[in-house]
Design a protein around this ligand. Structure first.
Ligand code: DQQ
Length: 473
């Protein structure tokens, strides 16, 4: 068994997974479909895997839901898409791949999402709008659909040559016949400060949240830039006007998220966590790719996306330890005696005082040879996960990931950190999320420590739990 295999984040038994697809709650059960290559721990010949859960925590993996059909518009792969309830019929909109062509296709299920029948009229859109609207598109795939004023709408991921990423809007009376409405939103590197939004947008998702609308896109360019961005703004006359633009999670591991609305009215997001090791190392381990924890979305008063893990995850907490009023010395390492583990939830409230940098050392070997740092830098207003010494293997990625995080006067640093063997998923004050993959080499890299630099700091409260596996119910 690969010692880096996560135990409470969803992944298939073996081989490769990437984007979450077709997220939907059906008759009370949560259904998760995902990009899946059954042939090995590498990207190729995309299928849709399938799993269900009663609680978004414990999953049952089911037989493959969609596979390429030889001689059909998806003979070379079933790429990403969504699921909708079409008057009681579960329906997928996905991208069928045949050679160079990537076009929207439909499939329906008559047995509560177990088996799927592809529509004989696939593909349901014959070509990207490029051909009839003189739009020079660089890609055309991935789908998010919703019902609005007696019609179906969907956005499709795209990019317009020499302009930027684009989410293209279509309308249909029946999910089979689609008319092109126009671009819902187009990226433009000159206008879209503060982020470079790439040359194409994959996996668009569009939904109302509070009194705004949110467009989530997976930003990509020819240099292999990959990150998820959230644009929050207003939607009218079938145009979306973004007002804020932010990272959903740091560029690095988290990509291609998808959301859905559950029967409690929660807008829940799951993303794909990419590996941070070489393809050879993935193949040797026989698994690649895992899902983020499910996150509930809300809006801040400033109109930015806030995220917190679903409360159901608390059922995995075991062996609680808590500390109050810990003084964090400004030199050396304040290891927490007897506290260790590689599958933990950590909740910390840290008062930085005058310390330049405060944070935690995770997956730490007793001599400090290996460790992964979570750092809040008071002066720069940044949160960083630094995996540069996370493992000894030459096969791993070591780039630090940083996001802006500015604490107000007297505001505490509130960290919620999930460790799961090779995952560090950090939620800071609800609005900065950094997820990284790390691969400690030493079996004793299990220590946890607090640190402060420049001056002492204080942890008002620190709670830790060992997290149980989701596969042993
Ligand atoms: N992954 C799918 C595409 C999508 C990309 C293919 C994003 O549909 O654009 O596996 O990771």
């Amino acid at each position: 068994m690969d010692p880096h295999r996560p135990i409470y984040h969803f992944l298939p038994v073996a081989t490769w997974m990437n984007d979450p697809n077709g997220l939907i709650q059906w008759k009370g059960q949560y259904h998760l479909f995902y990009q899946y290559n059954p042939n090995g721990a590498y990207w190729g010949t995309m299928h849709w895997g399938h799993a269900t859960s009663p609680d978004l925590v414990h999953w049952t993996d089911l037989p493959i839901a969609l596979a390429p059909t030889p001689g059909s518009p998806d003979e070379d792969g079933v790429f990403s898409g969504c699921a909708v309830d079409h008057d009681g019929t579960p329906t997928f909109i996905y991208t069928g791949v045949r050679g160079e062509e990537q076009l929207p296709c439909i499939a329906t299920s008559a047995d509560d999402l177990l088996t799927w029948q592809k529509h004989p009229d696939n593909p349901v859109i014959a070509a990207p709008p490029a051909l009839h609207e003189e739009l020079d598109t660089v890609m055309f795939r991935d789908h998010a659909a919703w019902r609005e004023n007696d019609a179906w709408y969907q956005v499709i991921g795209s990019g317009i040559r020499d302009v930027g990423g684009a989410a293209l809007l279509y309308r249909s009376p029946d999910l089979l016949h689609w008319e092109y409405v126009g671009p819902l939103c187009v990226g433009d590197s000159r206008r879209m400060e503060p982020l470079w939004t790439g040359t194409m947008w994959e996996c668009p998702d569009f939904f109302p949240l509070g009194d705004r609308h949110v467009l989530v896109v997976s930003v990509r360019d020819e240099e292999n830039l990959l990150y998820a961005a959230s644009l929050v703004g207003s939607y009218s006359d079938h145009k979306f006007t973004p007002e804020t633009l932010n990272y959903v999670d740091s560029p690095g591991s988290f990509y291609a998220p998808q959301t859905f609305l559950d029967d409690r009215g929660r807008r829940i997001m799951l993303g794909w966590l990419r590996e941070g090791r070489s393809v050879d190392a993935q193949k040797a381990s026989t698994l690649a790719g895992v899902l983020s924890l499910p996150r509930v979305l809300s809006l801040s008063p400033e109109g930015t996306l806030l995220m917190e893990p679903v409360h159901e995850l608390e059922t995995l907490r075991r062996d609680h330890r808590s500390y109050e009023d810990l003084e964090i010395a400004s030199a050396g390492v304040d290891a927490l005696p007897g506290v260790e583990g590689d599958c933990l939830e950590i909740v910390a409230q840290i008062e930085p005082r005058d310390a330049r940098r405060v944070g935690m050392r995770l997956f730490r070997s007793p001599d400090g040879e290996e460790e992964t740092l979570v750092i809040y830098d008071h002066r720069n207003g940044t949160l960083t996960v630094d995996p540069s010494r996370s493992g000894l293997s030459p096969e791993i990625h070591r780039d630090a990931q940083s996001l802006p995080l500015q604490l107000g006067d007297g505001e505490l640093l509130r960290l919620r950190i999930f460790l799961d063997r090779s995952i560090v998923e950090v939620f800071a004050n609800e609005h900065a999320c950094i997820t990284a993959r790390v691969y400690p080499t030493r079996p004793d890299s299990r220590g946890i420590a607090l640190f402060a630099e420049g001056s002492t700091a204080r942890a008002g409260r620190l709670d830790l739990w060992r997290m149980a596996s989701i596969w042993e119910i």
